[in-house]
Design a binder for this molecule. Structure first.
Ligand code: DON
Length: 313
């Protein structure tokens, strides 16, 4: 079904989003992320679903304007930015595009290349942050923030408390960065790299922002609401490919099978989904399953893609 044609109608986008919200909201299973102390302080009841078509039609139900930290969803946008800024060959020389089947924080590199498997797991994302930090130095975070803001269509901000909390407790990520450096995957300074990574994870977004960012990717890099060109076509295509195969970590196969759209999750409770050339979808619910994906977010995506026939196959 072409989503844009029937919005608001009996089987249109709005009614499907409302119905999905009602069905998924009773599920209170899962746990808040607690390994970053500040993340355990959010309200577990929050739940919102937002969708934006590439024609700019917006539907939002529930807590779609509640801010939370973007966390690992930043990995997809940072990768897109690195591809564009540094070129595909340079990025591929440092981080692969092979699904790892491992947990997001696994300490494992591809044995044949000695590089991280893909940019969606921490090792790969930290390498990407290193590429951006190396290329832009002191301007790196501002540049990244500008681009994320352009994708969301509004000026975004950072949650300083979450940033500090993660910077103080992120020993595993620091360890990964040191191992990347010793393996030759990371050229940039370790401290500057993890600082950029922790900062990008602490950017505040809402489910509506995720939907707008998703719609920008769905619209091949042009924000459908502001008409700003945020990313180039090739970078978007490459990013969506990796989101499809690796965006949901060790759940990526199940996700591709059942949901069938490129997506990226974060331990803040967000999921960003992209229906190519049609729709951006953002969900927020902070209770996570054992793999670090939002429980109600997964349920909402399953239902939405089924009801609207959005699976790419
Ligand atoms: O690397 C970390 O620990 C976090 N800042 C981001 C992790 C994350 O969101 C994993 N996602 N589900």
């Amino acid at each position: 079904m072409a989503v844009s044609q029937s919005a608001g109608g009996a089987y249109g986008l709005e009614s499907v989003v409302r119905h999905t919200y009602e069905r998924a909201r009773h599920d209170i299973s899962g746990e808040l992320a607690a390994y970053i102390p500040e993340l355990a302080r959010v309200d577990p009841e929050r739940f919102g679903i937002a969708a934006i078509s590439v024609e700019g039609e917006l539907v939002g139900v529930g807590d779609v304007e509640v801010p939370f930290t973007i966390q690992s969803i930043s990995k997809a946008l940072a990768y897109c930015l690195a591809l564009e800024a540094l070129g595909r060959e340079k990025v591929l020389a440092h981080v692969g595009v092979e699904p790892s089947g491992d947990a997001f924080n696994a300490i494992v590199f591809d044995p044949t290349t000695n590089r991280p498997y893909n940019p969606m797991v921490n090792a790969g994302a930290i390498t990407v942050s290193g590429l951006i930090a190396g290329a832009y130095g002191g301007e790196a975070f501002e540049m990244l923030m500008d681009r994320f803001s352009a994708a969301a269509g509004r000026r975004l901000d950072i949650d300083e408390t979450v940033y500090r909390s993660e910077a103080e407790t992120g020993h595993r990520n620091r360890g990964i960065a040191h191992l990347l450096k010793s393996a030759g995957a990371l050229d940039a300074d370790v401290d500057a790299t993890v600082d950029l990574y922790f900062r990008q994870c602490s950017i505040l977004v809402t489910a509506s922002d995720l939907a707008r960012m998703g719609a920008t990717l769905a619209n091949i890099g042009e924000n459908p609401l502001t008409r700003a060109t945020v990313f180039g076509v090739e970078a978007v295509r490459n990013t969506l490919s990796v989101m499809f195969t690796s965006g949901m970590y060790d759940f990526a196969g199940n996700w591709a099978f059942d949901v069938g759209v490129p997506a990226k999750s974060g331990v803040g409770g967000g999921i960003l989904g992209v229906v190519n050339r049609q729709l951006g979808i953002g969900t927020y619910s902070p209770r996570l399953d054992a793999k670090g994906n939002s429980v109600r977010g997964i349920a909402a995506f399953r239902e939405l893609t089924e009801e609207l026939g959005l699976h790419i196959f």
